[in-house]
Write a protein that binds this ligand. Sequence first.
Ligand SMILES: [Zn+2]
Length: 179
Amino acid sequence: MANLEIIWAELGISADYAVLRGLPLQPEAVELISIGADNQNRDCQLEPEAAQAWRALQDAAKTEGITLEPVSGFRSVERQAQLIRGKLARGQRLDDILRSNAAPGYSEHHTGRALDITDGASPPLNESFEQTVAFAWLSRRAKRFGFHLSYSRNNPHGFVYEPWHWCWQEQAEVRRPLS
Ligand SMILES: [Zn+2]
């Protein structure tokens, strides 16, 4: 992983960011596979198990007439830094940026398990996604495929509400009785 201290110093992110926001370090995925093109026709990648779960989720939605498309999957620490640099260069305040972009090293997208999802019709990465049938379907069914909404309304991490951002988690193993 890139040197976070150097990147944070450059961007002006304070050293106590992760503690104050209650965020765990998100290691970069080691292995990635393509899940096809995102909504801007860039190759979108996820970690293999998350990719498999995503395909199952997307197929299940499709059979019920629901379109789910990826907007953004894996993102490297360096790419996260570039996104923040770009917003700073356009005059946005760091505090505002960090409400919708995690500091480099702390984005779930680094793990290759997080996915921003659109229905292909409503504006991507917009709270209005909450009003779509796709979101209603995800809210009912995504959990069964291991996907969870990460940043609910008024989440304790100080992120804006992100109804489009879903993260896959390994399903809990069947518990064995303690011996
Ligand atoms: Zn996201």
